[in-house]
Design a protein around this ligand. Structure first.
Ligand code: IPE
Ligand code: IPE
Ligand code: MG
Length: 243
């Protein structure tokens, strides 16, 4: 029996550690965020090459507004600049962009940039890249419930799911956090219910193809039981093998 490597359909990443990467080099934190954009470009391309269908990244949390004002405005400018620079190449690579998060509260310029990038890449089919920006898992659940309530619709697991920001993709199979912290920090609270978690000590700007392959290999070694017993999972698995 030959085993092909198990590539997760959907990888989600908390891209953490940009600030520390810069501080260790006696650079301003924003230099770390700039390097973080490079790392994201490399990671997206690696995902395309490996046949990953969906990549979801945490770029700015609902709580990141509490950072020093110059860092927040630097991050907004970085996003606007990165959109202008990166979208043509991303599009050539077959990447379809979605921005997930609260758009109110973003400047008109940033909002227009997001909409434009989504429209410009809407025809692409190789990789869905969800960028969670001004996103929080609690915000997402609450806004979905509020939308259903406003329409007088029943609140169920499936109606909530359909009203949340990630309704266009299946739940993440593998959730990676770089930067060494072992917490979720209000990322995909609902969607990560059965994601395999992988924590890397690498800072996000240092997270390269090799580090991605380590995470994918670790994922390949996991047994996903979804509440069942190991025996049930293995029986179902051997049913699927050709005789
Ligand atoms: C993650 O890197 C990027 C954002 C939150 C925007 P950090 O900026 O949190 O980096 P550290 O954790 O301070 O090193
Ligand atoms: C999570 O990182 C948010 C992003 C990567 C965008 P943080 O650096 O904000 O998380 P905490 O504050 O360490 O939990
Ligand atoms: Mg951090």
């Amino acid at each position: 029996m030959s085993h092909s490597p198990v590539v997760p359909h959907h990888i989600a990443i908390v891209m953490d550690g940009n600030g520390r990467w810069a501080t260790r080099r006696f650079l301003p934190r924003l230099a770390g965020h700039k390097q973080g954009v490079e790392s994201l470009r490399r990671c997206a391309r690696a995902c395309v090459q490996r046949g990953v269908a969906v990549l979801t990244v945490f770029a700015f949390s609902s709580e990141n507004w509490n950072r020093p004002q110059d860092e927040v405005s630097g991050l907004m400018d970085l996003l606007a600049g990165a959109l202008a620079r990166e979208v043509p190449q991303l599009s050539k690579d077959g990447v379809r962009l979605f921005f997930v998060g609260e758009r109110a509260g973003l400047s008109d310029k940033v909002r227009a940039g997001l909409a434009q990038a989504e429209a410009a890449t809407a025809h692409n089919t190789r990789l869905v890249l969800n960028v969670c920006f001004n996103y929080g898992g609690r915000w997402d659940i609450a806004q979905a419930a509020a939308a259903l309530a406003a329409r007088g619709e029943p609140i169920t697991e499936s109606s909530l799911h359909a009203s949340m920001g990630m309704a266009h993709v299946p739940d993440p199979d593998l959730l990676i956090r770089t930067g060494g912290e072992m917490r979720i920090s209000n990322f995909l609270l609902w969607q990560a219910a059965y994601s395999e978690l992988f924590f890397s000590d690498r800072l996000w700007p240092d997270f390269d193809e090799k580090a991605l392959d380590e995470a994918i290999a670790a994922y390949g070694g996991r047994e996903r039981r979804f509440g069942k017993t190991s025996e049930q999972v293995q029986a179902a698995h051997s049913d699927r093998q050709p005789a």
